[in-house]
Each structure stands twice: as structure tokens, then as C-alpha cells.
Design a protein around this ligand. Structure first.
Ligand SMILES: NC(=O)c1ccc[n+]([C@@H]2O[C@H](COP(=O)([O-])OP(=O)(O)OC[C@H]3O[C@@H](n4cnc5c(N)ncnc54)[C@H](OP(=O)(O)O)[C@@H]3O)[C@@H](O)[C@H]2O)c1
Length: 254
């Protein structure tokens, strides 16, 4: 099977660290030109750009703010004269404890919803405009949600779970409505994956909490998620459009 992504331009949001970084590097390894988006981790993003090569460039945008989010797709399209695939990976997991002060709870809720759901929807609006303008070649959108969208999460992370469930519904709507324009949309639902985000959770709840319900006896690595994204970006899985792929070390079958 040919997973050659040469001549494809792919924007990966949150490519400076964790799953996004592994994804950017794996896509470049398969030949893609990667737009390496980051929020605050400028040096890390520059390292990813170096590792990717093949014309990779960095794009800073704070996805908790409307204007920066609004401009990102156009900046990438202008830089590369096009965009083939959008990987919506950037995300936050901010605890929103039930007994928190209402204003702190609301700030955390707003940040989570903005980065995990509102920003993806705004990025999709612009990407859809671009993809539809070049119909029938269209484009692909790959959203990184979470198994929390389906299983729910601990009380402190209910907001996170809700934001990811919204992302699943957003991605499915795109798959339903824009298939005729050649647009395909997929969701990944990772379980615990060894990144900074998971480490915060492990620090709080312990590694046993993360591994206790897995069929495999190891946590998922960012590279395990990245390889599925490469496959989806290749076009070999286009008829799975609208679906969600679980990457969770077998926690549903355990
Ligand atoms: N790790 C897990 O166990 C797990 C499980 C299920 C789903 N996921 C999902 O997988 C995705 C990647 O998670 P990860 O574990 O790789 O997380 P991570 O290591 O914490 O990395 C998060 C990435 O998102 C970017 N980001 C966060 N807030 C941003 C903002 N306001 N503006 C712009 N960029 C922002 C960060 O960029 P900067 O550092 O440059 O700001 C970073 O590149 C997330 O959507 C997460 O919800 C993770």
C-alpha cells in the first residue's frame, strides 16, 4: 500500500508537543509538507519544523482567541497556495471541579470550550470554504477527540468530555453534509496517551488509574495515534468518512 503524501500540504494544530508533534513528524516522513501550528511553545515548534523539513513552516496562533483562530487557515493557504488536509489536534484539559469558585469554573469552562470546540469549528468553516472552492478534489479533516467523548470522564473533567463530544458531532456533520464536495472528515478517539497532558492526569490520579482498564499492558504512545492519522490522510480510508477510530489500547474490550 502506497502511503506517499508527497505534494500534500497538511496543517497540524498543536504540533509543538505530544500527539501533534508525533503526527507532524510522521506526516512529513510520509512526504507531506506540514504547517506546524503552535500556541506558546515556539522553540519546540521550530524543532519540529527542522525535523519535518520538506518546506515545513511554523504558524503561531492562540486558539483561545477569536481573531488569531480566524486568520490561521488563510495564513496557511496563502503561504502554500493551498491546503489539502486539516488535522485538528490542539486541545486542553483544564479541570473544572464541581465545587470550584463559580468564576474560576466559568473561566476554565470557557477556555476548554474555546480551544477544544469553538476554534475547531472556526477553522473548519475556513477550511470548508477553501476545500469547496476546489471541488471535486475537496480535502480531509481529521479531528483528535477523546474516548472521554463516549465514556464521559471524572467529575473534574466533565467539561473536557463535553467539548470532545461536541468535536465528534461537528466532524460527523461535516462528513454528512460535504461529502459531495469531495470533503472527508474523520475522528480519532485516543485513550491515555503518553504526553504532557496525560502526565498531568497521572500525577493527579496515578499511573494505575490510566492503565487499569487497558487490554494491552502499556499506555498508548503519540506515535500510535500518529500512524492512524497518516493512514487517514493518505486517502486509503476515505470510505470511513464520518467514523470515529478508537486508539485506546483496547480499553473498550477489556
Ligand atoms: N494525551 C492523552 O491522553 C489524550 C487522550 C485523548 C485525547 N487527547 C487529545 O489529543 C490532543 C493532543 O493532546 P496531547 O496529549 O498531545 O496534549 P499536549 O501534550 O498537552 O499538547 C497540546 C498541544 O495543543 C496546543 N495548544 C493547547 N492550547 C492551545 C492554545 N490555546 N492555542 C494554541 N495551541 C494550543 C499546545 O501548543 P503550545 O504548547 O505551543 O501552546 C500543544 O502543541 C488534544 O486534543 C487532547 O485532548 C489526548
Amino acid at each position: 500500500m502506497d502511503l506517499d503524501l508527497s505534494n500534500r500540504t497538511i496543517l497540524v494544530t498543536g504540533a509543538s508537543r505530544g500527539i501533534g508533534r508525533a503526527t507532524a513528524e510522521a506526516l512529513a516522513d510520509a512526504g507531506a509538507t506540514v504547517a506546524v501550528h503552535y500556541g506558546q511553545s515556539k522553540e519546540a515548534a521550530a524543532e519540529v519544523m527542522e525535523t519535518c523539513g520538506r518546506g515545513a513552516r511554523t504558524f503561531q496562533a492562540d486558539l483561545s482567541t477569536l481573531d488569531a483562530t480566524d486568520a490561521l487557515i488563510e495564513r496557511v493557504v496563502d503561504a502554500y497556495e493551498g491546503l489539502d488536509t486539516l488535522v485538528l489536534n490542539a486541545g486542553v484539559a483544564v479541570p473544572t471541579p464541581l465545587d470550584d469558585d463559580t468564576h474560576r469554573w466559568d473561566d476554565a469552562w470557557s477556555e476548554t470550550m474555546h480551544v477544544n470546540l469553538r476554534a475547531p469549528e472556526l477553522l473548519c468553516r475556513h477550511a470548508l470554504g477553501h476545500f469547496r472552492s476546489r471541488s471535486p478534489s475537496g480535502g480531509r479533516i481529521i479531528s483528535v477527540a477523546s474516548r472521554a467523548a463516549f465514556r464521559g470522564d471524572t467529575p473534574d473533567y466533565m467539561t473536557y468530555a463535553a467539548s470532545k463530544a461536541g468535536l465528534v458531532a461537528l466532524t460527523r456533520s461535516i462528513a454528512r453534509e460535504f461529502g459531495a464536495d469531495g470533503i472527508k472528515a474523520f475522528t480519532l478517539a485516543p485513550g491515555f496517551t503518553r504526553t504532557d497532558m496525560a502526565q498531568d492526569f497521572i500525577d493527579e490520579y496515578g499511573e494505575a488509574h490510566a492503565t487499569s482498564d487497558l487490554a494491552l499492558n502499556e499506555l498508548t504512545d503519540p506515535a500510535d495515534v500518529a500512524s492512524v492519522i497518516v493512514f487517514l490522510a493518505s486517502g486509503h480510508a476515505d470510505h470511513t468518512t464520518g467514523t470515529t477510530i478508537d486508539v485506546n489500547a483496547g480499553s473498550y474490550v477489556h
